[in-house]
Design a protein around this ligand. Structure first.
Ligand code: ZN
Length: 80
């Protein structure tokens, strides 16, 4: 297991960013969630979800993604 992160970045609205981040965080196993942080970079808002995971496995369904090149889990459709 490693500490992983998924970054959400947008110039649009903080509401949308936080919604996207909380949707992703909600899809995680609760015990895998570490924290959610946010910051701003120029005009961009950046929200980052930090979680424990295995980079070779889908964060949502734990499907083994070794060798996956599409960037999308074939089981649940989560982008990885
Ligand atoms: Zn999956």
């Amino acid at each position: 297991m490693r500490v992983l992160h998924k970054m959400f970045r947008s110039t649009k609205s903080w509401d949308k960013l936080f919604n996207d981040a909380t949707d992703f965080a909600t899809s995680l196993d609760p015990e895998k969630l570490i924290s959610i942080s946010h910051s701003a970079d120029s005009a961009d808002g950046v929200v980052t979800v930090w979680y424990w995971g295995d980079p070779e496995h889908s964060p949502k369904c734990d499907y083994n993604l070794t060798g996956n090149k599409s960037g999308r889990c074939p089981e649940c459709g989560t982008t990885v």
